[in-house]
Design a protein around this ligand. Structure first.
Ligand code: CA
Length: 493
């Protein structure tokens, strides 16, 4: 990079980067491409043999002389064209002495055709040239040179280019000047001072593959009858068709970082099949990422197409039905839901585990179980049995509880065979007749089943009673003890 020139070069770059962008497209930032350019000259001091040159110097040293040497000479005495773009402030290119070398040109071949914006030339140990022009060519080796700017005093402006000298410095910025295509000859930079390191800044808006600095006249009054360039800055933008904000440049060429689906070194092609007609500054950049390919709808909004990894939606940010996203922007994984119990869709639960959307009656992470414990997968229908009304304890055949008309056992009554016939009690499945006849000491025929209230029972004395087994097949009469009270030795049911 330029050492002495870096600060000024940077300022120019900053100013250019902040200038208004042409409507209808993006622009990559301008940059100094001279370090990537190949620079040649049609004549160079010392290349035909060592030659002495002299010059006036600032300060008290006055006239000093030195020698140019050729390719085999001392490096400090060699001044080839490459020294103009080597980034070294101690080196420079220098033209030979002599009238035949008053017209010498330094040509910089850019790595690609680029949009030129600004050229800065810094002289070495000599005054700036009295007359010179900046020219561009769109070809690598053709003679299609076009003059961008001419500089000189009145005499040279007329003599060399038949141009009227323009004293007023052209404004560096402003739309008005853009239409001023007519070349003028400026008297700017024509002073013989400074004696060294003078600079020339030229705004130059043109497409260029080659940039030529054509030196035409030196200041006759100074002993330094030659030209020098210590540093050359060529500020240019890549040509990206208004479809890139950034660009990579090296000696091999330029490569635009194309946006919105365009591709190619200069964004000359559409690689998604659906690129916007014009790319506006405000146009959102593609944000489909890995999820899909960028495209645009009719209004210029982003569309993501060809969604990857089972994604779906206009931005490929959702999962296809039957897939779920455990983490945002993560891959869409298969739900693997049961086809009988769900519509196949699922979503992650709070623990990022998938949860299938079950139909009513189904449950479980995969919807492969029934909500009702009594139902059977995969139908999961609750078995609604017919109203089987017969009491199995009271019917002849306990398997026929669902008969329309219940067939009751002998001592059983009721539509459902669930009651003992009058004079009977204790409906039991084990009893062939269903109920036992009441034993009521012939006092009554009616009885009901009762559970004995406890261990001790007190019966009235003197009244006739028996203790029988449940079937009344055996009876025990109480004995009378010594005091005349009845008692039972033992009885087991
Ligand atoms: Ca240099």
């Amino acid at each position: 990079m330029f050492i002495n020139n870096a600060k000024e070069s940077r300022a120019v770059l900053d100013r250019l980067a902040s200038t208004t962008i042409d409507p209808g497209g993006l622009q990559p930032e301008p940059l100094d491409v001279a370090p990537f350019a190949v620079v040649t000259a049609n004549a160079t001091c010392g290349e035909d043999g060592a030659e002495e040159y002299c010059r006036d110097t600032p300060g008290k040293r006055g006239i000093v002389c030195d020698v140019c040497e050729g390719p085999d000479g001392l490096s400090s005495r060699r001044h080839p064209p490459a020294h103009a773009v080597d980034g070294d402030a101690n080196t420079w290119w220098q033209s030979p002495l002599g009238d035949q070398y008053s017209h010498v040109a330094l040509v910089a071949t850019l790595p690609d055709e680029m949009d030129l914006a600004h050229v800065i030339i810094k002289s070495g140990p000599s005054p700036r040239p009295l007359a010179w022009s900046l020219e561009v060519s769109s070809s690598l080796d053709g003679e299609d040179w076009r003059m961008i700017s001419a500089f000189g005093d009145k005499e040279h402006c007329r003599k060399l280019w038949d141009l009227r000298p323009e004293r007023r410095r052209r404004k560096a910025r402003g739309v008005k000047n853009r239409r001023a295509e007519k070349t003028t000859c400026s008297t700017q930079f024509t002073s013989p001072r400074p004696l060294e390191n003078g600079e020339m800044h030229v705004r130059a808006e043109a497409a260029a593959r080659r940039v030529r600095v054509a030196f035409r006249a030196t200041h006759a009054a100074t002993p330094a009858q030659y030209y020098t360039v210590r540093a050359l800055a060529i500020v240019a933008r890549c040509r990206c068709q208004g479809r890139a904000r950034h660009c990579d440049v090296d000696a091999a060429g330029t490569k635009c970082k194309c946006l919105h689906g365009f591709c190619g070194a200069h964004c000359e092609r559409c690689c998604t099949g659906n690129c916007p007609e014009t790319v506006q500054e405000s146009q959102p950049e593609c944000s489909c990422g890995e999820r899909g390919a960028c495209s645009y709808d009719d209004t210029g909004d982003i569309l993501c197409v060809n969604c990857t990894e089972n994604r779906a939606g206009p931005l490929c940010d959702r999962c296809l039905t039957g897939y779920y996203n455990a983490v945002p922007d993560g891959p869409c994984l298969p739900c693997d839901c049961d086809a009988e119990g769900s519509d196949g869709s699922c979503k992650p639960d709070r623990k990022h585990q998938k949860a299938c959307s079950c139909y009513p009656g189904f449950s479980g992470p995969r919807c492969d179980t029934c909500s009702d414990a009594g139902a059977v997968f995969p139908s999961c229908l609750v078995t609604t049995t017919p109203a089987c009304k017969c009491d199995p304890r009271g019917i002849v055949d306990p398997a026929r509880v669902c008969d329309e008309v219940c067939e009751c056992k002998e001592n059983v009554v009721g539509e459902r065979c669930d009651a003992c016939a009058p004079g009977h009690f204790g409906l039991q499945a084990e009893l062939p007749e269903g109920c036992r006849p009441c034993y009521c000491s012939h006092v009554t025929d009616s009885c009901i089943e009762e559970t004995l209230p406890g261990d001790n029972m007190v019966f009235p004395l003197g009244e006739a009673w028996l203790v029988s087994d449940a079937a009344a097949n055996e009876t025990l009469e109480p004995s009378v003890d010594e005091s005349g009270k009845p008692y039972l030795i033992s009885y087991e049911v």
